[in-house]
Design a binder for this molecule. Structure first.
Ligand SMILES: Nc1ncnc2c1ncn2[C@@H]1O[C@H](COP(=O)(O)OP(=O)(O)OP(=O)(O)O)[C@@H](O)[C@H]1O
Length: 612
């Protein structure tokens, strides 16, 4: 059954800053109060910058202080079916992993949150009303290493896809998901998986995280009795890899490549926050795997907490400023958490431990969870309805009506309540309509192509300083018509100015079942214009500037340079096919270059009436 979403109040991203204890020299960061801090310039100690956040944790703050003050408060939303995210951000060596993971003596956010979530579900199920509900908690753990999504619970080199379902939940099909009965289960799965995370020694951190690590925890509660309401929420705990200034890390080779990927994805994260703050229509979530994964945490459906970790040493001064600037702008991001609830049909319902993947707010799971199938789309047309030929619209509507009666396209449900004779007539009508529709679509396509060519072929001077215009697909509706000609003969459907000829294909004719095949005719360019167009392309290849060459399809900056260099060395090309002699251009590439450019080169042809 379709999920129901109940929007809660908007929730601003909560931002706290944590300062790591100083390991050498005079610190350049000092706390002012429980919310504010000051950064002192390394050049002039009188120069200071002040920041204010939801909470500031100084270097004496404990793991418990931070967890209880900033993380625990958002976990309560999970049982309401709302998502939550905690994200540790900051330069390398500033204490992100310490904050999120900690050590056996000083456990960090992750073990504390898991203990609490498991405790919460246990308490809820043993409360007086809790007996009516089944609770389940499960986890997945992944890293994003060099733009690859890797499963840490079942490590392999396979880069897992990130998908979005129709309710805009982010899913990772194929990601392993483990059911957690208690904290012991969590430790059993999590500790070995943490060792799978990519870490390495750099000059700034002996165990530097080379990837972004994401722990996904799913909390579901399902009503035992009908209507089996089910609420599912996702908790995302993220230990980001640190931004790195490679002049200081001394990174080389693989380390340098890793830090390139880390810095690039953090840059996109910053652009995402900028776009959200400026209310831009396009937020570049898709520009990196990290932001794609965080799509429902930043400016999305989660209660989010950002922990900005900063290091106090003077040599971290610029990193500290850039981290605090990121944190300051993140404060303004507003999320819209909602409760998502599904009703499960009794037959589809299983006990949670049998079916950990069911439910649509899941982070995705190996076997059980599948991405929701896309909603059945209405029959598509080539052009917006209002631009289509009225007869075609009539046919489309008729077909849709018939398909509805029949139970949907492709599903040939018997029309049980319809008398047999009517049923046969209805089915025949449906077949005919489908056939006609197919034909009309083919014709529409052909006529669009024709209209496109006619538009492209406005006479222009041969040496035009402008680059040849790129063919623009235009929605032009022409009266539907088909010109039949004897085999091998050609006709010009648009009179003297026509540029296309319709030619019947060998061995094909209209007949029963022909509507299901490709049309029995094809469109071809008028031969005289074809020759002219090739000639124009050749002129362009021999005389065109780099800019004009780049304006051709399939020619980028590098190829344009190579073509000009070849021209200088060997003189003009004698035919377009000579392009094969240019470094890196194969016969196949030249053929596809020709195909892609013949139309736009036609724009340079002055049209004369076709030869009689
Ligand atoms: N609040 C803290 N108290 C005590 N030690 C800390 C604290 N924060 C960090 N450290 C220590 O500082 C060192 C670097 O911390 P950590 O590895 O957590 O940095 P990081 O930001 O995760 O770095 P990277 O991005 O390179 O992985 C570790 O030895 C860690 O134990």
């Amino acid at each position: 059954m379709p999920p129901q979403q109940r929007a809660g109040p908007a929730a601003r991203v909560r931002v706290c800053v944590r300062l790591r204890p100083c390991s050498q020299g005079d610190p350049c960061v000092r706390g002012l109060d429980s919310r504010s801090l000051q950064v002192v310039s390394w050049r002039n100690r009188k120069e200071t910058v002040e920041y204010q956040f939801d909470t500031f944790y100084g270097d004496q703050a404990t793991q418990h202080d931070l967890y209880a003050g900033s993380v625990q408060p958002v976990l309560g939303h999970l049982l309401e079916g709302q998502n939550a995210s905690v994200l540790a951000y900051g330069p390398t060596g500033a204490g992100k992993t310490h904050t999120m993971l900690g050590s056996p003596e000083q456990p960090g956010v992750i073990p504390r949150a898991l203990r609490d979530v498991l405790q919460m579900t246990r308490e809820a199920s043993s409360s007086p009303r809790g007996e009516e509900w089944d609770y389940s908690v499960s986890m997945s753990y992944l890293e994003i290493y060099q733009e690859k999504v890797l499963d840490l619970l079942e490590p392999s080199q396979q880069d897992l896809p990130i998908r979005e379902d129709r309710d805009r939940n982010i899913l990772i099909p194929g990601l392993t998901e483990r059911e957690l009965g208690g904290f012991g289960d969590f430790e059993r799965h999590f500790l070995p998986a943490s060792r799978n995370r990519t870490v390495a020694s750099t000059q700034l951190n002996d165990r530097s995280s080379r990837s972004h690590a994401v722990l996904l925890v799913r909390v579901s509660r399902t009503q035992q009795a009908p209507p089996h309401r089910r609420r599912t929420a996702k908790l995302c705990l993220i230990d980001l890899a640190g931004s790195e200034d490679n002049r200081r890390t001394g990174n080389r080779g693989l380390r340098l490549k890793e830090s390139g990927a880390i810095n690039a994805s953090l840059h996109v994260l910053s652009k995402v926050v900028d776009a959200l703050n400026q209310g831009l229509p396009r937020v570049p979530y898709r520009d990196s795997k990290l932001t794609r994964l965080l799509q429902d945490s930043l400016g999305g459906s989660a209660h989010s907490v950002i922990i900005a970790n900063v290091a106090p040493e003077q040599h971290f001064y610029f990193d500290t400023l850039s981290t605090l600037n990121f944190a300051a702008k993140s404060k303004q991001v507003v999320n819209r958490p909602f409760t998502q609830e599904t009703l499960q049909a009794p037959a589809a319902r299983k006990r949670p431990h049998e079916d950990p993947g069911a439910g649509s707010a899941s982070p995705g799971a190996k076997s059980p969870h599948k991405e929701e199938p896309p909603e059945a789309k209405p029959l598509s047309s080539l052009l917006p309805l209002e631009q289509l030929d009225p007869r075609l619209v009539q046919r489309l509507l008729g077909l849709e009506q018939l398909e509805k009666q029949q139970g949907g396209a492709g599903r040939r449900l018997p029309l049980l309540s319809t008398p047999r004779r009517e049923r046969v007539a209805l089915l025949r009508q449906l077949e005919e309509t489908r056939g006609e529709l197919q034909k009309l679509k083919e014709k529409q396509k052909a006529l669009e192509a024709l209209a496109l060519l006619d538009n492209t072929c406005q006479p222009k001077p041969l040496r035009d300083s402008q680059a040849p215009p790129r063919a623009r697909k235009q929605a032009v509706v022409l009266p539907l018509q088909q010109v039949h000609t004897p085999l091998g003969k050609q006709a010009t459907p648009s009179g003297d100015k026509g540029v296309l000829v319709i030619q019947r294909k060998q061995g094909q004719a209209d007949g029963p079942g022909a509507e299901n095949q490709a049309p029995p005719w094809e469109l071809m360019l008028r031969p005289d214009l074809l020759a002219q167009s090739r000639e124009n392309l050749l002129v362009l290849l021999n005389q065109g500037s780099a800019k004009e060459l780049r304006a051709l399809h399939r020619i980028g900056d590098k190829k344009a340079q190579l073509i000009m260099a070849w021209r200088q060395l060997h003189g003009p090309f004698s035919q377009v096919e000579d392009l094969q002699k240019v470094e890196g251009m194969t016969a196949k590439q030249v053929a596809s270059f020709l195909k892609a450019n013949l139309l736009s080169a036609l724009g340079r042809v002055s049209l004369a009436p076709p030869p009689q």
